[in-house]
Design a protein around this ligand. Sequence first.
Ligand code: AQP
Length: 334
Amino acid sequence: TPRVFSGIQPSGNLTLGNYLGALKRFANSQNEGIESIFCMVDLHAITVWQDPEKLRHATRELAAGFIASGLDPQKSILFNQSQVPEHTQMAWVFNCVARMGWMKRMTQFKDKAGKNAEQASLGLFGYPALMAADILVYHATHVPVGEDQKQHLELTQEIGRKFNHDYGVAFFPETQPVIEGAATRVMSLRDGTKKMSKSDPSDMSRINLTDDADTIARKIRKAKTDPEPLPSDAEGLEDRPEARNLVNIYAALSDQSVADVMREVGGKPFSEFKPMLADLAVDRIAPISDEMARLMKDVSEIDRILTDGAARARAIAHPILQQTYQIMGMVGAM
Ligand code: AQP
């Protein structure tokens, strides 16, 4: 049976990239009646130092972001990773299954650790094993994510397969990434070759889901572009990363294909296209940020949802972890 899992780090402001690459699509599976589990991955966030007060706030605000984007906490399971200990227990098992060489190939570690890998935390290096545990401790089959998570999902498959092979079982299912839509990789507004990211030092590089209408409009007006007007069709966007990014965002926000968008806006100068994009972005994001602000007024409601979600998540994860231990020969399991 299909089961969906996905997670987001409470490591700062939610961006338009998180929304279009992940959040916006999360409600789909829930509405199709597929069991769907969504997680604030606070244990991933602490692979780089987090201010405790900010982490607390970001976790609750992320929960509000999930709900404001259409997630129904009755239908789906919504919880905080640290409250379900089976994630870290399964991660230890996977630390012993995954190979150093596999982890060393992970481009996200190289990007995040930079030149100073010796100073990165051990947790940052082991991040993908915890991510595999997040998914496989639920026997999840589908993982809606942005393009940047593709390599981690392939590693998750490799870990599951190696476990099955090493113990001669067909225990962990094949897990598929679900990467779809016009904006699977939203780029920075300042540099069309860099991913839009919560942790980018420049706030002008991203649109936050908590930005007000004026801020959104200003960021789009100032977004880097080349001097040419938009090309007449999608092919013309190929060597123009900034133009392509803005068109992709427009397509994703308006639920159209890039080809349809180009029929509408092809040939227009940015002075005309940017205000259209700003209006659309404000129109789509304002209701989400209003709902997030409303939910954040009384965090006891969010905390109650997360406590309930953790209990429901544990009810699934606990028996799967115990079966894993039993397969491995640990005494006392079950
Ligand atoms: N720019 C993006 N375009 C499309 N999808 C994106 N996602 C993130 N950025 C983009 C998707 O959002 C989900 C959650 O990501 P995450 O918070 O777990 O970690 P991340 O990918 O590392 O996101 P950030 O914003 O870059 O955070 P920091 O800077 O803290 O590392 C994932 O599904 C991801 O694909």
